[in-house]
Design a protein around this ligand. Structure first.
Ligand SMILES: C=CC1=C(C)c2cc3[nH]c(cc4nc(cc5[nH]c(cc1n2)c(C)c5CCC(=O)O)C(CCC(=O)O)=C4C)c(C)c3C=C
Ligand SMILES: [Fe+2]
Ligand SMILES: [Fe+2]
Length: 336
């Protein structure tokens, strides 16, 4: 969006939406560059550096980018990567809604932890606008050190050589926020209304992390469990109507379980008719939802014998999602 159109009067504060980041193009070279930055972060992979450098550069970055670039090609849009295109829509919609709500321009910037737009890009824009207070909203409803803390590290690194710090507030998570749970429930009800009936089962699939990280204290699985339970309660589901699973496993060590793909294979083999999958931890549709769930996991379920699969899209720029962001911003900017 055109951040240059913002008026010259100093805004009372600005909001920075943060998400993971995505390759610049669905090509092996661009995916290699993205994975090289992302997978080098110790918050993401904590294997000792010399060994990890050899594995990453000697094996993973030689073999994975070709296959993953092919996957990105399946979901790429005219506006580029879905994650970036949808994040831009969220940015525009939030700025417009804040303008309506507060009657003044609150600049909303977008920054990615990896790749572009970078935190430095956002920092330059903040300086141009004369912003002195910054509210950072990482679009990860559930806290994990692998995502939320990594975003914080990246922000701190971008400020290391910055002589003009803004006052900072950082939203840690919103995994049980009523407006978030309501928005998720509404998206499920709408999907079921459009398909003419409720699904027999709702699978709530979250991105996984290594089990070891949770044992070391990452509260992420507790946050996912709380979100899933709150969503099930909001929808009035019985305990046999929903399941919590974890997707996107990477590497050889055990990740959080049950795994989404194994669960869907099992449900398919039981000849389940009517399965909806929602991914509440993804605020924007991306490779992991569109290709892995709507593509790959649908196929696993159907090939095992299941039928009537549906994927409930991420909250993206749905009005209830943007309203939730407005509520978070108003709550966390008090006194500014
Ligand atoms: C290697 C370890 C990984 C951890 C830990 C991890 C945690 C994690 N990731 C997300 C959200 C997203 N991940 C996405 C892609 C993606 N994730 C990993 C690895 C880990 N993620 C990889 C290697 C990739 C790239 C694709 C691939 O090579 O398979 C994305 C999608 C990005 C896009 O461009 O669309 C998101 C979003 C969360 C929420 C999370 C922990 C809670
Ligand atoms: Fe990931
Ligand atoms: Fe994946």
């Amino acid at each position: 969006m055109s951040q240059k159109k913002v008026s010259q009067k100093k805004p009372p504060f600005a909001v920075m939406l943060v998400n993971l980041g995505t390759p610049d193009a669905p090509t092996p070279a661009a995916v290699r560059k993205y994975l090289a930055e992302f997978l080098w972060d110790r918050r993401v992979v904590d294997v000792p550096r010399p060994l990890w450098w050899m594995i990453l550069h000697g094996i993973i970055l030689r073999t994975r980018p070709g296959r993953v670039a092919h996957n990105y090609q399946q979901v790429w849009t005219e506006q580029g990567s879905p994650l970036l295109a949808i994040s831009r829509q969220q940015q525009q919609a939030l700025q417009a809604r804040l303008q309506d709500e507060l009657g003044e321009t609150i600049p909303v910037l977008l920054a990615m932890t990896y790749g572009s737009p970078s935190m430095e890009d956002a920092g330059r824009e903040l300086r141009r606008l004369g912003v002195e207070r910054l509210l950072v909203l990482p679009l990860y409803p559930q806290f994990s050190a692998t995502t939320t803390a990594a975003a914080f590290d990246r922000l701190a690194a971008s400020l290391k050589r910055c002589p003009h710090w803004p006052e900072l507030r950082f939203i840690r998570d919103y995994h049980q926020h009523p407006a978030y749970i309501r928005a998720l429930a509404q998206s499920v009800r709408q999907a079921w209304h459009q398909q003419g009936q409720e699904a027999a089962k709702l699978v709530m699939s979250f991105h996984g992390i290594p089990e070891r990280y949770a044992r070391q204290g990452d509260p992420y699985p507790r946050h996912c469990e709380a979100t899933a339970k709150a969503l099930a309660d909001e929808l009035g589901l019985r305990s046999d109507q929903w399941l919590l699973t974890y997707q996107s496993r990477f590497g050889k060590e055990p990740w959080l379980q049950p795994y989404t793909d194994a669960t869907l294979e099992q449900l398919g083999s039981e000849k389940l008719r009517g399965l909806s999958v929602i991914c509440p931890g993804f605020s924007a549709d991306c490779l992991e939802t569109l290709e892995e769930i709507e593509g790959e996991n649908r196929e696993i379920f159907e090939q095992a014998g299941g039928s009537d699969f549906s994927y409930v899209p991420a909250l993206n720029d749905r009005p209830e999602h943007i309203q939730m962001m407005v509520e978070l911003v108003l709550q966390h900017s008090q006194g500014w």
